[in-house]
Design a protein around this ligand. Structure first.
Ligand code: PDD
Length: 275
C-alpha cells in the first residue's frame, strides 16, 4: 500500500471494482500498482463520470456539491454508485491523509466497469472507481496576480455538457490550442456565444454587473460557480445569467473564470485584446 516518489507528485490511488486481478474491493495502492482492465468502458467508450475536489489546508472544499453533481451525473448515465456515500467521503479523506496533501485536489472517476466490448450496456459489469491526488498551490497561484490569457475556439463537444463525463477530447484540443496560441485557457463558442472554458465557467463584468451563462445542457454547473453566486448574493453583487458573445467580452470591464482547481482566476486578455 505504500508508495514511492519517483515522480514530482507522489500519490496513493484508490481502486475499487477491478475485476481482472485479485484485489480487494477497496485498496490504496501506489500509482504503479493501480491497474484497470483494457476492457474497462471508461477506456473504450469514455463511459464514465468524474469529479475534481479542491483541497486547502488539508480540507476538502465544496465536497457536498461535488457529490450532489456526481449523483446527478451517475443517474443521467444510468451508472451505479460504486460504493456508499460515507465510504466515498472516507476514501477522499484517507487519500488526503496518506498523501499528506495540504493543497491541491482529489480526482475521482467512476466508469461502468469492464465487459466484452459492446455498445449497449453490459448486464453484469461492476463500476470501476479510481481516485488520486495532485499537489499544487491553488491560493498562491502567480496567475492570480497577473491574470491569464484566453482565446476563443469553437465548442466541439456533445450536447450533454451538464454531465461531467470523462469524454474530454474536445476540451483537451481546446486547451492545447490555447497553449499553442500563448494563452492558458480557451473559451468555447457555439452559435456566436461563449458557452464556458475548457475546464472552467466563464464570466465578464460590465458596469458592476457580473454576466455568466445560465445553467442548461450547454454547460457544466460548476460547484465553484455555485459558491460564487452565494458570495455575490451576500455582498449585494448582481449576477446576470445570460449568454454573451466574444465581442461583448472584448469590451468588458473585467473577465474571470471559476473552477475547483483555480477558484476565481482573473483574465487579462481575450483573443489578444487587453481587458
Ligand atoms: N473542471 N466547466 C467545465 C467544462 C469544467 O470541466 C469545469 C471543472 C467547470 C468548473 O466546475 P467546478 O467549479 O465544479 O470545478 C466548468 C475540473 C476542474 C477539471 O476537469 O479538472
Amino acid at each position: 500500500f505504500f508508495f514511492s516518489s519517483r515522480r514530482r507528485i507522489t500519490r496513493y490511488i484508490s481502486v475499487t471494482g477491478v475485476q481482472t486481478c485479485a484485489l480487494p474491493i477497496c485498496a490504496y495502492l501506489s500509482e504503479e500498482q493501480g491497474t484497470v482492465s483494457i476492457f474497462d468502458r471508461g477506456f473504450l467508450f469514455a463511459d464514465g463520470v468524474y469529479e475534481v475536489t479542491a483541497v486547502v489546508g488539508g480540507r476538502l472544499v465544496d465536497y457536498e456539491p461535488h457529490m450532489e453533481r456526481l449523483e446527478r451525473s451517475l443517474r443521467e448515465l444510468r451508472l451505479a454508485w460504486p460504493c456508499g456515500k460515507d465510504e466515498l467521503r472516507a476514501m477522499h479523506l484517507e487519500l488526503v491523509r496518506r498523501n499528506g496533501l495540504a493543497e491541491g485536489l482529489v480526482y475521482m472517476q467512476v466508469t461502468r466497469g469492464a465487459a466484452d466490448r459492446d455498445f449497449k450496456f453490459p448486464k453484469d459489469a461492476r463500476p470501476t472507481l479510481i481516485a488520486f491526488t495532485q499537489a499544487f498551490s491553488i491560493l498562491d497561484n502567480p496567475n492570480a496576480t497577473t491574470g491569464i490569457k484566453v482565446v476563443t475556439v469553437p465548442d466541439l463537444r456533445w450536447k450533454r455538457r451538464d454531465i461531467k463525463t470523462v469524454m474530454l477530447l474536445a476540451p483537451s484540443l481546446g486547451k492545447q490550442e490555447a497553449y499553442e496560441r500563448g494563452a492558458q485557457e480557451a473559451w468555447m463558442v457555439e452559435d456566436g456565444f461563449v458557452t464556458e472554458g475548457t475546464s472552467s465557467n466563464a464570466y465578464i463584468v460590465k458596469d458592476g454587473k457580473v454576466i455568466t451563462r445560465g445553467l442548461s445542457n450547454s454547460i457544466l454547473a460548476g460547484c465553484t460557480r455555485h459558491s460564487l453566486f452565494r458570495l455575490a448574493r451576500e455582498r449585494g453583487i448582481v449576477i446576470e445569467e445570460r449568454a454573451f458573445t466574444p465581442d461583448e467580452a472584448y469590451g468588458a470591464d473585467e473577465a474571470f473564470l471559476t473552477s475547483a482547481s483555480q477558484f476565481v482566476m482573473p483574465i487579462a486578455e481575450i483573443d489578444g485584446r487587453r481587458i
